[in-house]
Write a protein that binds this ligand. Structure first.
Ligand SMILES: Nc1ncnc2c1ncn2[C@@H]1O[C@H](COP(=O)(O)OP(=O)(O)O)[C@@H](O)[C@H]1O
Ligand SMILES: [Mg+2]
Length: 477
Protein backbone atom coordinates (compact mmCIF):
# COMPACT_ATOMS: atom_id res chain seq x y z
CA UNK A 1 0.00 0.00 0.00
CA UNK A 2 1.26 3.45 -0.84
CA UNK A 3 1.00 5.98 1.99
CA UNK A 4 2.54 9.29 2.97
CA UNK A 5 5.35 7.21 4.54
CA UNK A 6 6.73 6.81 1.01
CA UNK A 7 7.06 10.56 0.47
CA UNK A 8 10.54 12.05 0.69
CA UNK A 9 10.89 14.87 3.18
CA UNK A 10 13.69 17.39 2.51
CA UNK A 11 16.35 17.65 5.19
CA UNK A 12 16.70 21.43 4.98
CA UNK A 13 14.07 23.32 6.99
CA UNK A 14 13.73 25.95 4.26
CA UNK A 15 12.88 23.31 1.68
CA UNK A 16 10.09 22.08 3.88
CA UNK A 17 8.27 25.37 3.40
CA UNK A 18 5.83 24.94 0.54
CA UNK A 19 4.06 27.44 -1.71
CA UNK A 20 6.07 30.45 -0.53
CA UNK A 21 8.84 30.44 -3.12
CA UNK A 22 9.48 34.17 -2.95
CA UNK A 23 9.68 34.28 0.85
CA UNK A 24 12.03 31.30 0.83
CA UNK A 25 14.43 32.65 -1.76
CA UNK A 26 14.50 36.04 -0.05
CA UNK A 27 15.22 34.35 3.29
CA UNK A 28 18.30 32.81 1.70
CA UNK A 29 19.47 36.29 0.66
CA UNK A 30 18.75 37.68 4.13
CA UNK A 31 20.82 34.95 5.78
CA UNK A 32 23.70 35.53 3.41
CA UNK A 33 23.67 39.33 3.30
CA UNK A 34 22.42 39.96 6.86
CA UNK A 35 19.26 41.77 5.82
CA UNK A 36 16.06 42.24 7.76
CA UNK A 37 12.77 40.68 6.73
CA UNK A 38 9.13 41.62 7.17
CA UNK A 39 6.64 38.85 6.42
CA UNK A 40 3.08 39.97 5.89
CA UNK A 41 0.15 37.63 5.60
CA UNK A 42 -2.66 35.62 7.10
CA UNK A 43 -2.03 33.25 10.03
CA UNK A 44 -0.80 29.73 9.45
CA UNK A 45 1.00 30.28 6.16
CA UNK A 46 4.52 29.65 7.44
CA UNK A 47 5.87 32.96 8.75
CA UNK A 48 7.24 31.52 11.98
CA UNK A 49 8.46 28.46 10.12
CA UNK A 50 10.46 30.62 7.70
CA UNK A 51 12.00 32.68 10.51
CA UNK A 52 13.14 29.51 12.24
CA UNK A 53 14.50 28.04 9.01
CA UNK A 54 16.39 31.25 8.26
CA UNK A 55 18.14 31.05 11.64
CA UNK A 56 19.09 27.44 10.94
CA UNK A 57 21.12 28.35 7.86
CA UNK A 58 23.12 31.14 9.51
CA UNK A 59 26.82 30.55 10.09
CA UNK A 60 27.71 29.59 13.65
CA UNK A 61 28.16 32.44 16.13
CA UNK A 62 31.77 33.61 16.47
CA UNK A 63 31.59 35.76 19.60
CA UNK A 64 31.10 35.16 23.26
CA UNK A 65 30.02 38.07 25.43
CA UNK A 66 30.61 38.59 29.14
CA UNK A 67 30.07 41.33 31.69
CA UNK A 68 33.08 41.92 33.91
CA UNK A 69 33.26 43.36 37.36
CA UNK A 70 34.45 46.95 37.40
CA UNK A 71 36.54 47.31 40.54
CA UNK A 72 36.54 51.12 40.50
CA UNK A 73 32.88 51.54 39.70
CA UNK A 74 30.92 48.36 40.39
CA UNK A 75 27.72 49.95 39.07
CA UNK A 76 29.30 50.27 35.63
CA UNK A 77 30.25 46.69 34.73
CA UNK A 78 32.34 46.35 31.60
CA UNK A 79 31.45 44.40 28.53
CA UNK A 80 33.97 41.97 27.07
CA UNK A 81 33.71 40.40 23.65
CA UNK A 82 35.88 37.37 22.97
CA UNK A 83 36.00 35.15 19.96
CA UNK A 84 34.54 31.76 20.70
CA UNK A 85 37.92 30.23 19.93
CA UNK A 86 39.65 32.42 22.53
CA UNK A 87 36.96 31.74 25.09
CA UNK A 88 37.54 28.04 24.58
CA UNK A 89 41.29 28.43 24.92
CA UNK A 90 41.04 30.19 28.31
CA UNK A 91 43.24 28.12 30.52
CA UNK A 92 41.00 26.77 33.23
CA UNK A 93 38.07 25.53 31.37
CA UNK A 94 35.37 25.36 34.02
CA UNK A 95 33.22 23.37 31.63
CA UNK A 96 35.65 20.48 31.93
CA UNK A 97 34.64 19.97 35.56
CA UNK A 98 31.82 17.74 36.71
CA UNK A 99 30.23 14.75 35.13
CA UNK A 100 27.34 14.64 32.69
CA UNK A 101 24.02 13.48 34.03
CA UNK A 102 20.79 12.51 32.35
CA UNK A 103 17.92 15.02 32.92
CA UNK A 104 15.65 12.08 33.79
CA UNK A 105 17.87 11.24 36.73
CA UNK A 106 17.64 14.68 38.31
CA UNK A 107 15.81 15.19 41.60
CA UNK A 108 12.38 16.65 40.95
CA UNK A 109 13.02 20.09 42.42
CA UNK A 110 16.29 20.41 40.53
CA UNK A 111 14.64 19.36 37.30
CA UNK A 112 12.00 22.04 37.78
CA UNK A 113 14.44 24.77 38.65
CA UNK A 114 16.70 24.03 35.72
CA UNK A 115 13.66 24.17 33.46
CA UNK A 116 13.30 20.55 32.35
CA UNK A 117 10.24 19.51 34.27
CA UNK A 118 6.89 21.20 33.86
CA UNK A 119 5.48 22.43 37.13
CA UNK A 120 1.96 21.62 36.01
CA UNK A 121 2.13 18.24 34.30
CA UNK A 122 5.60 16.91 35.20
CA UNK A 123 6.58 16.30 31.60
CA UNK A 124 10.26 16.82 30.73
CA UNK A 125 11.26 19.03 27.82
CA UNK A 126 14.16 21.26 26.78
CA UNK A 127 14.69 24.18 29.19
CA UNK A 128 14.61 26.71 26.36
CA UNK A 129 10.99 25.80 25.65
CA UNK A 130 9.16 27.92 28.16
CA UNK A 131 5.79 26.61 27.10
CA UNK A 132 5.35 22.94 28.05
CA UNK A 133 4.73 20.81 24.94
CA UNK A 134 2.69 18.46 27.11
CA UNK A 135 0.09 20.70 28.68
CA UNK A 136 0.78 24.07 27.08
CA UNK A 137 1.25 25.90 30.34
CA UNK A 138 4.06 28.25 31.28
CA UNK A 139 6.72 25.86 32.57
CA UNK A 140 8.49 28.18 34.97
CA UNK A 141 5.53 30.02 36.30
CA UNK A 142 5.31 29.75 40.05
CA UNK A 143 1.94 30.18 41.57
CA UNK A 144 2.88 29.15 45.03
CA UNK A 145 4.38 31.88 47.14
CA UNK A 146 4.97 35.52 46.27
CA UNK A 147 8.32 35.19 48.01
CA UNK A 148 9.62 32.39 45.82
CA UNK A 149 11.46 34.98 43.81
CA UNK A 150 13.48 35.93 46.83
CA UNK A 151 13.74 32.55 48.48
CA UNK A 152 14.61 30.46 45.49
CA UNK A 153 16.47 33.16 43.66
CA UNK A 154 14.36 32.51 40.62
CA UNK A 155 14.61 35.16 38.06
CA UNK A 156 10.96 35.10 37.18
CA UNK A 157 10.35 33.21 33.98
CA UNK A 158 14.03 32.66 33.33
CA UNK A 159 15.54 29.41 34.34
CA UNK A 160 18.39 28.92 36.75
CA UNK A 161 21.67 27.63 35.46
CA UNK A 162 23.04 26.15 38.63
CA UNK A 163 21.15 24.58 41.50
CA UNK A 164 22.93 23.63 44.69
CA UNK A 165 21.61 20.90 46.90
CA UNK A 166 22.77 17.89 48.86
CA UNK A 167 23.00 14.27 47.92
CA UNK A 168 23.47 11.07 49.85
CA UNK A 169 26.69 9.36 48.82
CA UNK A 170 28.24 6.45 50.74
CA UNK A 171 25.87 7.09 53.60
CA UNK A 172 27.01 10.68 53.93
CA UNK A 173 25.22 13.83 52.93
CA UNK A 174 27.32 15.82 50.47
CA UNK A 175 26.90 19.16 48.77
CA UNK A 176 26.52 18.97 45.01
CA UNK A 177 25.51 21.35 42.29
CA UNK A 178 23.69 20.62 39.08
CA UNK A 179 24.52 22.93 36.25
CA UNK A 180 22.82 23.48 32.94
CA UNK A 181 25.36 23.67 30.13
CA UNK A 182 24.77 26.04 27.20
CA UNK A 183 23.73 23.16 24.98
CA UNK A 184 21.05 22.13 27.45
CA UNK A 185 22.82 19.17 29.00
CA UNK A 186 23.33 18.80 32.73
CA UNK A 187 26.51 18.18 34.66
CA UNK A 188 26.81 17.28 38.30
CA UNK A 189 29.55 19.10 40.17
CA UNK A 190 30.87 17.68 43.42
CA UNK A 191 31.62 19.65 46.53
CA UNK A 192 35.36 19.68 45.82
CA UNK A 193 34.92 20.69 42.22
CA UNK A 194 32.51 23.38 43.27
CA UNK A 195 35.18 24.92 45.48
CA UNK A 196 37.61 24.87 42.58
CA UNK A 197 35.05 26.41 40.30
CA UNK A 198 34.33 29.21 42.75
CA UNK A 199 38.01 30.04 42.91
CA UNK A 200 38.21 30.26 39.16
CA UNK A 201 35.20 32.50 39.05
CA UNK A 202 36.60 34.67 41.79
CA UNK A 203 39.81 35.22 39.95
CA UNK A 204 38.11 36.65 36.94
CA UNK A 205 34.84 38.06 38.05
CA UNK A 206 32.80 37.73 34.92
CA UNK A 207 29.40 36.59 33.91
CA UNK A 208 28.97 35.17 30.46
CA UNK A 209 25.73 36.63 29.18
CA UNK A 210 26.02 35.20 25.70
CA UNK A 211 27.77 31.82 25.53
CA UNK A 212 29.49 30.51 22.38
CA UNK A 213 27.09 27.60 22.14
CA UNK A 214 23.68 29.11 21.83
CA UNK A 215 20.42 29.09 19.99
CA UNK A 216 20.56 31.55 17.11
CA UNK A 217 16.81 31.91 16.97
CA UNK A 218 15.39 34.26 19.56
CA UNK A 219 11.71 34.97 19.77
CA UNK A 220 10.56 38.25 21.33
CA UNK A 221 6.88 38.19 20.53
CA UNK A 222 4.95 40.24 23.05
CA UNK A 223 8.11 40.98 25.04
CA UNK A 224 8.05 43.69 27.67
CA UNK A 225 10.78 46.28 27.95
CA UNK A 226 13.03 44.22 30.25
CA UNK A 227 12.68 41.08 28.17
CA UNK A 228 13.46 42.95 24.96
CA UNK A 229 16.27 45.21 26.17
CA UNK A 230 17.72 43.51 29.23
CA UNK A 231 17.62 44.31 32.90
CA UNK A 232 19.64 44.45 36.08
CA UNK A 233 18.00 42.49 38.83
CA UNK A 234 17.20 43.82 42.24
CA UNK A 235 19.43 42.76 45.08
CA UNK A 236 17.45 42.51 48.30
CA UNK A 237 20.66 42.98 50.30
CA UNK A 238 21.64 46.14 48.49
CA UNK A 239 25.33 46.70 48.15
CA UNK A 240 26.19 44.83 51.33
CA UNK A 241 29.72 43.61 50.66
CA UNK A 242 29.35 40.14 52.15
CA UNK A 243 25.89 38.94 51.35
CA UNK A 244 24.89 41.25 48.53
CA UNK A 245 25.70 40.20 44.98
CA UNK A 246 27.81 42.56 42.87
CA UNK A 247 26.05 44.38 40.04
CA UNK A 248 27.76 42.53 37.17
CA UNK A 249 26.22 39.27 38.38
CA UNK A 250 22.77 40.71 38.21
CA UNK A 251 22.94 41.83 34.58
CA UNK A 252 20.45 40.01 32.39
CA UNK A 253 20.63 40.33 28.61
CA UNK A 254 17.53 41.20 26.58
CA UNK A 255 16.25 39.44 23.49
CA UNK A 256 18.08 41.97 21.29
CA UNK A 257 21.37 40.89 22.88
CA UNK A 258 20.60 37.19 22.88
CA UNK A 259 19.90 37.45 19.16
CA UNK A 260 23.39 38.84 18.49
CA UNK A 261 24.71 37.06 15.36
CA UNK A 262 21.34 35.38 14.99
CA UNK A 263 17.69 36.00 14.17
CA UNK A 264 15.40 38.09 16.34
CA UNK A 265 11.87 37.02 15.50
CA UNK A 266 8.92 39.14 16.47
CA UNK A 267 5.49 37.89 15.54
CA UNK A 268 2.69 40.44 15.46
CA UNK A 269 5.25 43.21 15.49
CA UNK A 270 2.69 45.92 16.26
CA UNK A 271 1.99 44.45 19.71
CA UNK A 272 5.41 45.81 20.71
CA UNK A 273 3.82 49.27 20.57
CA UNK A 274 6.19 52.03 21.59
CA UNK A 275 9.03 49.53 22.14
CA UNK A 276 9.44 49.49 18.36
CA UNK A 277 11.36 52.73 18.81
CA UNK A 278 14.06 51.02 20.88
CA UNK A 279 14.22 48.17 18.44
CA UNK A 280 14.97 50.66 15.72
CA UNK A 281 17.77 52.20 17.79
CA UNK A 282 19.23 48.77 18.48
CA UNK A 283 19.22 47.98 14.75
CA UNK A 284 20.90 51.26 13.87
CA UNK A 285 23.54 51.24 16.58
CA UNK A 286 24.11 47.47 16.69
CA UNK A 287 24.61 47.87 20.43
CA UNK A 288 22.30 48.71 23.28
CA UNK A 289 23.05 49.51 26.92
CA UNK A 290 21.58 47.34 29.63
CA UNK A 291 20.10 49.17 32.61
CA UNK A 292 17.85 48.22 35.50
CA UNK A 293 14.30 48.74 34.34
CA UNK A 294 12.65 48.99 37.74
CA UNK A 295 13.22 52.53 38.99
CA UNK A 296 12.78 51.60 42.66
CA UNK A 297 15.23 48.69 42.49
CA UNK A 298 18.93 48.66 43.34
CA UNK A 299 19.39 47.59 39.71
CA UNK A 300 18.33 51.00 38.41
CA UNK A 301 21.69 52.64 39.14
CA UNK A 302 23.59 49.99 37.19
CA UNK A 303 24.38 50.42 33.53
CA UNK A 304 26.40 48.36 31.08
CA UNK A 305 27.25 50.27 27.94
CA UNK A 306 27.80 49.04 24.42
CA UNK A 307 26.38 45.56 24.67
CA UNK A 308 26.54 44.22 21.09
CA UNK A 309 23.25 43.34 19.39
CA UNK A 310 23.81 42.75 15.72
CA UNK A 311 20.88 40.64 14.64
CA UNK A 312 18.72 39.93 11.64
CA UNK A 313 15.24 41.13 12.44
CA UNK A 314 12.48 38.94 11.08
CA UNK A 315 9.06 40.24 11.91
CA UNK A 316 5.59 39.19 10.96
CA UNK A 317 2.33 41.04 10.75
CA UNK A 318 -1.06 40.68 9.19
CA UNK A 319 -2.12 43.23 6.59
CA UNK A 320 -4.60 44.98 8.87
CA UNK A 321 -2.09 45.77 11.61
CA UNK A 322 0.56 47.02 9.26
CA UNK A 323 -0.66 50.58 9.65
CA UNK A 324 0.28 50.48 13.33
CA UNK A 325 3.85 49.58 12.57
CA UNK A 326 6.29 52.35 13.40
CA UNK A 327 6.97 53.97 9.99
CA UNK A 328 10.65 54.51 10.77
CA UNK A 329 11.08 50.85 11.64
CA UNK A 330 9.30 49.77 8.51
CA UNK A 331 11.41 52.01 6.32
CA UNK A 332 14.52 50.72 8.06
CA UNK A 333 13.58 47.21 6.97
CA UNK A 334 12.69 48.53 3.55
CA UNK A 335 16.05 50.26 3.21
CA UNK A 336 18.08 47.37 4.50
CA UNK A 337 15.97 44.33 3.85
CA UNK A 338 12.84 42.95 2.31
CA UNK A 339 9.09 42.92 2.68
CA UNK A 340 7.28 39.85 1.45
CA UNK A 341 3.57 39.26 1.14
CA UNK A 342 2.83 35.61 1.91
CA UNK A 343 0.63 33.61 -0.46
CA UNK A 344 -2.63 32.40 1.00
CA UNK A 345 -3.30 29.94 -1.84
CA UNK A 346 -1.60 28.48 -4.92
CA UNK A 347 -2.82 27.23 -8.31
CA UNK A 348 -4.16 23.68 -8.34
CA UNK A 349 -1.48 22.07 -10.50
CA UNK A 350 0.07 18.58 -10.29
CA UNK A 351 3.33 20.08 -8.99
CA UNK A 352 1.54 22.00 -6.26
CA UNK A 353 -0.56 18.99 -5.30
CA UNK A 354 2.68 17.11 -4.88
CA UNK A 355 3.93 19.84 -2.56
CA UNK A 356 0.83 19.54 -0.43
CA UNK A 357 1.41 15.80 -0.20
CA UNK A 358 4.96 16.54 0.98
CA UNK A 359 3.43 18.89 3.56
CA UNK A 360 1.13 16.11 4.81
CA UNK A 361 4.04 13.68 5.14
CA UNK A 362 5.98 16.35 7.07
CA UNK A 363 3.16 17.06 9.45
CA UNK A 364 2.65 13.37 10.19
CA UNK A 365 6.38 12.85 10.76
CA UNK A 366 6.53 15.93 12.98
CA UNK A 367 3.54 14.91 15.06
CA UNK A 368 4.94 11.41 15.61
CA UNK A 369 1.78 10.21 17.33
CA UNK A 370 -0.39 9.60 14.29
CA UNK A 371 -0.17 7.01 11.48
CA UNK A 372 0.45 7.80 7.82
CA UNK A 373 -2.34 8.53 5.37
CA UNK A 374 -3.31 6.40 2.39
CA UNK A 375 -3.96 7.70 -1.13
CA UNK A 376 -7.67 8.21 -0.69
CA UNK A 377 -7.19 10.11 2.55
CA UNK A 378 -4.65 12.34 0.81
CA UNK A 379 -7.19 12.93 -1.97
CA UNK A 380 -9.86 14.03 0.46
CA UNK A 381 -7.50 16.40 2.22
CA UNK A 382 -6.51 17.86 -1.15
CA UNK A 383 -10.22 18.34 -1.78
CA UNK A 384 -10.53 20.18 1.48
CA UNK A 385 -7.58 22.38 0.48
CA UNK A 386 -9.45 23.25 -2.70
CA UNK A 387 -12.60 24.00 -0.79
CA UNK A 388 -10.78 26.23 1.68
CA UNK A 389 -9.16 28.22 -1.12
CA UNK A 390 -12.57 28.70 -2.70
CA UNK A 391 -14.57 29.46 0.44
CA UNK A 392 -12.09 31.50 2.43
CA UNK A 393 -10.06 33.25 -0.25
CA UNK A 394 -12.55 33.17 -3.07
CA UNK A 395 -9.90 31.56 -5.28
CA UNK A 396 -11.00 29.15 -8.00
CA UNK A 397 -8.87 26.17 -9.07
CA UNK A 398 -6.54 26.77 -6.16
CA UNK A 399 -5.21 25.03 -3.09
CA UNK A 400 -5.12 26.75 0.27
CA UNK A 401 -1.84 27.66 1.93
CA UNK A 402 -3.45 28.31 5.29
CA UNK A 403 -1.62 25.23 6.34
CA UNK A 404 -1.92 25.40 10.08
CA UNK A 405 -5.64 24.77 9.64
CA UNK A 406 -5.03 21.93 7.22
CA UNK A 407 -2.45 20.43 9.59
CA UNK A 408 -5.09 20.56 12.33
CA UNK A 409 -7.48 18.58 10.19
CA UNK A 410 -4.81 15.99 9.41
CA UNK A 411 -3.96 15.58 13.08
CA UNK A 412 -7.60 15.21 14.01
CA UNK A 413 -8.00 12.49 11.36
CA UNK A 414 -4.86 10.86 12.76
CA UNK A 415 -6.31 10.88 16.27
CA UNK A 416 -9.50 9.27 14.97
CA UNK A 417 -7.39 6.55 13.35
CA UNK A 418 -5.46 5.98 16.58
CA UNK A 419 -8.65 5.75 18.60
CA UNK A 420 -10.01 3.21 16.11
CA UNK A 421 -6.76 1.23 16.29
CA UNK A 422 -6.08 1.72 12.60
CA UNK A 423 -2.47 1.85 11.47
CA UNK A 424 -3.28 4.12 8.55
CA UNK A 425 -5.43 7.24 8.05
CA UNK A 426 -8.17 6.45 5.52
CA UNK A 427 -10.69 8.76 3.93
CA UNK A 428 -13.30 7.69 6.51
CA UNK A 429 -11.21 9.19 9.29
CA UNK A 430 -10.81 12.41 7.33
CA UNK A 431 -14.58 12.58 6.91
CA UNK A 432 -15.02 12.06 10.66
CA UNK A 433 -12.41 14.69 11.43
CA UNK A 434 -14.11 17.18 9.15
CA UNK A 435 -17.24 16.80 11.21
CA UNK A 436 -15.29 17.32 14.40
CA UNK A 437 -13.27 20.25 13.07
CA UNK A 438 -16.17 22.61 12.71
CA UNK A 439 -15.70 25.87 14.53
CA UNK A 440 -17.89 26.68 17.49
CA UNK A 441 -19.87 29.09 15.29
CA UNK A 442 -20.60 26.40 12.76
CA UNK A 443 -21.72 24.01 15.49
CA UNK A 444 -23.95 26.71 16.83
CA UNK A 445 -25.52 27.23 13.44
CA UNK A 446 -26.28 23.55 13.22
CA UNK A 447 -27.67 23.18 16.69
CA UNK A 448 -29.91 26.22 16.58
CA UNK A 449 -30.77 26.45 12.94
CA UNK A 450 -33.88 28.39 13.74
CA UNK A 451 -32.92 32.03 14.17
CA UNK A 452 -35.68 32.79 16.68
CA UNK A 453 -34.79 29.80 18.74
CA UNK A 454 -31.19 30.89 18.86
CA UNK A 455 -31.95 34.47 19.75
CA UNK A 456 -33.89 33.30 22.77
CA UNK A 457 -31.10 31.08 24.16
CA UNK A 458 -27.86 31.75 25.99
CA UNK A 459 -26.22 32.38 22.67
CA UNK A 460 -28.62 35.16 21.82
CA UNK A 461 -25.98 37.77 22.51
CA UNK A 462 -23.99 36.59 19.52
CA UNK A 463 -24.44 38.99 16.64
CA UNK A 464 -25.81 37.51 13.48
CA UNK A 465 -23.20 37.51 10.80
CA UNK A 466 -23.63 37.15 7.05
CA UNK A 467 -22.91 33.62 5.82
CA UNK A 468 -19.20 32.88 5.66
CA UNK A 469 -18.21 35.86 7.78
CA UNK A 470 -17.92 33.80 10.94
CA UNK A 471 -15.19 31.56 9.67
CA UNK A 472 -13.17 34.27 7.99
CA UNK A 473 -13.41 36.46 11.08
CA UNK A 474 -11.88 33.73 13.19
CA UNK A 475 -9.15 33.40 10.59
CA UNK A 476 -7.97 36.89 11.46
CA UNK A 477 -8.50 36.32 15.17
N1 LIG B 1 4.24 27.14 3.86
C1 LIG B 1 4.25 26.09 4.68
N2 LIG B 1 4.87 24.96 4.34
C2 LIG B 1 4.85 23.88 5.15
N3 LIG B 1 4.24 23.87 6.35
C3 LIG B 1 3.58 24.97 6.75
C4 LIG B 1 3.56 26.14 5.95
N4 LIG B 1 2.84 27.07 6.58
C5 LIG B 1 2.45 26.53 7.74
N5 LIG B 1 2.88 25.27 7.85
C6 LIG B 1 2.63 24.38 8.99
O1 LIG B 1 1.77 25.06 9.89
C7 LIG B 1 2.46 25.36 11.12
C8 LIG B 1 2.14 26.76 11.57
O2 LIG B 1 2.73 27.68 10.68
P1 LIG B 1 3.43 29.03 11.16
O3 LIG B 1 4.76 29.10 10.55
O4 LIG B 1 3.37 29.13 12.64
O5 LIG B 1 2.45 30.09 10.53
P2 LIG B 1 2.38 31.66 10.78
O6 LIG B 1 3.58 32.03 11.56
O7 LIG B 1 2.34 32.25 9.42
O8 LIG B 1 1.10 31.89 11.52
C9 LIG B 1 3.92 25.15 10.81
O9 LIG B 1 4.62 24.75 11.95
C10 LIG B 1 3.91 24.08 9.76
O10 LIG B 1 3.76 22.82 10.36
MG1 LIG C 1 3.37 32.28 13.68
Amino acid sequence: MITTADVKIPASPLERVIGQEEAVSISRICAKQKRHLLLVGVPGTGKSMIALALASILPKATQEISVMHNFERPERPIIEVRTCADALKEKHDPAALGKPINPEDLPVHVSERLGFRCRSCARLSRPSLNICPGCGSDKYKLDSSPFDDLLLNIDNHKLERRVQTTRLADGKEKAVAYELTPNEKVRMISHEELKKLRKMEEKKPRKVILPSERNQFVQATGANEAELLGDVKHDPYGEHSQIGSPPYQRVVPGAVHEAHEGVLFIDEITTLGSLQRYLLTAMQEKKFSITGKNASSTGAIVRVDDVPCEFILVCASNINDLRQMLPALRSRIDGNGYEVLMNSHMPDTPANREKLVQFMAQEIAKDSRIPHADVEAVESILNEARKMARDVDNAKNSLTLRLRKLAGLLKLAGDMAVVADSDVITKEFVAKALKRARSAEEQLDERYDNWWQRESTDFGARKRQPAGAASSASEFR
